[in-house]
Design a protein around this ligand. Structure first.
Ligand SMILES: Nc1ncnc2c1ncn2[C@@H]1O[C@H](COP(=O)(O)OP(=O)(O)OP(=O)(O)O)[C@@H](O)[C@H]1O
Length: 236
């Protein structure tokens, strides 16, 4: 396993990585997509988030990754109030997360290797220190022979695996992934699930939004369902 969550083992930290109390959210003047979301993700937990298309899964992930703020209710991340945090402090929260976006958001002008290395470079690591980890991670997601290829020349499934590699390489405390297995076959989905499970065993809190109910069931993780703007289901 090429990564280690850095701060997840900090026993002094809050036990809950994520907490939402009575959160509501609507786009512009539209109706509320999320109505009364109460959600607690204890540190080191692993959850799937399911729900029909349009139920609000991506919207909830936008709130967790601070791409949008709740219109009401409270949002706590890593034991700190993130719902009302000043804009200037948001990068501090985001640096502790690894996010797999549904649309990947890869940097097209950079090689696969450089895309994965980016979070480490931004954290100040030196190429000599991270090159081995990046290579190992690319191999783990089946892209060992694509290291020098730029994203436009990769298939949808390869881009997805690259996005996952980039999201987890720096050992984030919280991993949030939106449909991370939507473009890969069943064997690769199982392999990627294993990667998330390994990171979870090392201490990362994991939340995966997915249509794939069978994968969620096979994972053994607690399954949350978004329905009518609210969360239903087990919260382990
Ligand atoms: N930027 C936006 N502006 C206005 N409405 C939006 C926007 N993004 C999403 N919505 C609406 O919010 C609702 C929830 O969308 P969201 O993408 O969160 O659902 P989802 O559960 O992730 O769906 P899917 O499984 O199809 O990805 C939908 O009715 C959608 O049309």
């Amino acid at each position: 396993m090429p990564v280690q969550p850095r701060r997840a083992a900090d026993a002094a930290a809050s036990p809950d990585t994520v907490r939402l109390d009575g959160v509501g959210f609507g786009y512009g003047h539209g109706p509320e997509v999320l109505r009364d979301v109460n959600l607690t993700l204890p540190r080191g937990s692993f959850h799937f988030l399911t729900g029909h298309s349009g139920a609000g899964k991506s919207t909830l992930l936008k709130l967790l990754t601070l791409a949008a703020r709740p219109t009401r209710g409270a949002l706590w991340l890593f034991g700190e109030d993130a719902g009302d945090a000043p804009r200037g402090t948001l990068p501090t929260f985001r640096r502790r997360m690894g996010v797999v976006f549904q649309d990947f958001r890869l940097l097209d002008h950079m090689s696969a290797f450089d895309n994965v290395a980016l979070p480490l470079r931004l954290a100040g690591a030196r190429p000599a220190a991270y090159a081995g980890n990046v290579t190992e991670m690319l191999e783990w997601v089946g892209l060992g022979d694509r290291a020098q290829t730029c994203p436009p020349a990769l298939s949808g499934g390869e881009k997805q695996r690259l996005a996952i590699a980039r999201a987890v390489i720096a050992g984030p405390e919280l991993i949030v992934a939106d449909e991370p297995t939507g473009n890969v076959d069943a064997d690769m989905a199982a392999r990627l699930l294993k990667l998330f499970q390994s990171l979870n065993r090392l201490g990362a809190t994991v939340l995966i939004a997915s249509h794939d109910e069978a994968l969620a069931a096979r994972s053994g993780a607690a399954v949350l369902r978004l329905d009518g703007g609210r969360i239903r289901g087990a919260q382990a």
